[in-house]
Write a protein that binds this ligand. Sequence first.
Ligand code: FAD
Ligand code: NAD
Length: 466
Amino acid sequence: MQKSVLVIGGGPGGYVAAIRAAQLGARVTLVEENKLGGTCLNRGCIPTKALYRSAELVDTLCRIDEFGMQLKGFSYDYSALKLRKDSIVAGLVKGIEQLMKANGIEVLYGRARFTGKKTVTVAFPSGNATEITADAIVVATGSVPAEPPVKGLDLPGVIGSDELLEAGSLPKSMIIIGGGVIGIEFAGIYGTLGTDVTVLEYMPSILPGVDSEIARRLATSLKRRGIKIETGVRVTEIRRERDSLKVCAESGKGEMCHEAATVLVATGRKPNIDGLGLEEAGIEHSVKGIRTDGRFMTSSPDVYAIGDVTGGIMLAHVASEQGKAVAEIIMGLEAPEEKVIPSCIFTFPEIATAGITEEEAKAAKIQYRTGKFMFGANGKAMAMGETEGFVKTIVDAQSNKILGVHIMGPHASDLIHEGVLAMQCGLTANDLERTVHAHPTLSEAFYESVLGAYGRALHIIPPRRP
Ligand code: FAD
Ligand code: NAD
């Protein structure tokens, strides 16, 4: 008999689960209360990267003389940048709608809520409602911004990433609370587009968890671009002062305050579970998200949860990978092996990491070697005028397997996948050395960083021999 699968949430987790389940022969219904594509397409990955590209062009145009060209001034209208972003998003959402149709997936636009163990009620905007039950239910309701314990969050001008992406004009000045991934991506984009940006981060460095050398170098690079960064400060209060907002923070040196027209709160996200009726379905959860076992099953049989709502790594490709895996498990296939997860941060320059950091290797008392190659010594990077940054590879000193790759530099987000492939397949430095890397390419920097772990990099001046 054909299996029925109900998916709640049409983000990159939910819609991929729906497609894969349909591919495997299930009758699939997907419920979405807003637009298909979820946070990623509508309020996250895609709109930010569309604006990132515009900022990247502005950055290049501002230093066009480096390429031997002169430009007699240039201008841009932020509303046109926003229009471009909105049309890219709309095109992708339409694409997902077509994918649903082509895979025979029924999409219901309404809000889902559990009303029993395996019963879900969908409330439509018209006021009507319907009750659905299925052989398996996948919860993929994503995440929403977490509000920090800071006074004054409700003041006009204090916004989150959703509101900033919807704004029709460029903020004149902006204080960003939180120097994590969202805070730093927005700082790079808006700082480059012309906003006067200040980042206030609680931890001793921006991008906690990222390779410390990369985080340190990036902070220097952003400061060089005029972005102000204060670390080790905890924002406690926002007040309105005449025409601006005053943000006050506790630091080791006492209270410090900064003023700006706009305040962006980017202090993390929390699983979206409010009003889902999890109690009615007996689904165990906490503020950290829905609890699942190694096969995405919740405490309620045949009800699964994937993506941001489980409170794990909040990345679109993680949600999609889990969506594919949960559909295969539901349809009786083997659970996939554990995967190496890359993480990319779209700053100036880009950052991409996979595997363990040097700090983690030290903490785990792993014997390791590191190889590093600077883009300043890479022909393609020089030709592109993008020489800032490096590739760092961490290799197990005993097995010679690649344990971590950390890149800061041009197209880091594309380059990381050679490292991901190496780690997923358990390749050694020797395996990588056997592969030919075309010249001139940015990939040569990865190859050289692997050789560098053994002191054999070719395009680095070796230390003087006695
Ligand atoms: P979501 O994408 O949040 O989708 C959940 C869906 O469920 C939503 O469409 C919602 O409307 C729907 N829903 C919720 N409750 C109900 C209900 N009761 N009934 C019906 N529907 C419901 N990740 C990256 O990998 N790369 C990036 O570059 C990146 N950039 C980001 C930038 C920003 C500003 C933000 C905020 C996030 C970014 N992320 C990025 C993270 C990424 O967007 C999320 O990890 C990803 O969208 C999670 O997918 P999901 O399917 O779990 O949930
Ligand atoms: P985050 O956890 O990365 O960063 C939040 C930061 O705010 C932390 O560094 C924290 O120390 C700081 N903070 C918290 N309270 C503070 C206070 N009172 N004062 C000063 N600093 C304070 O969260 P985020 O940046 O909001 O991102 C949320 C999620 O979205 C992340 O999990 C990330 O994976 C995902 N995301 C990914 C991408 C990408 O992959 N390129 C882009 C954007 C977002």
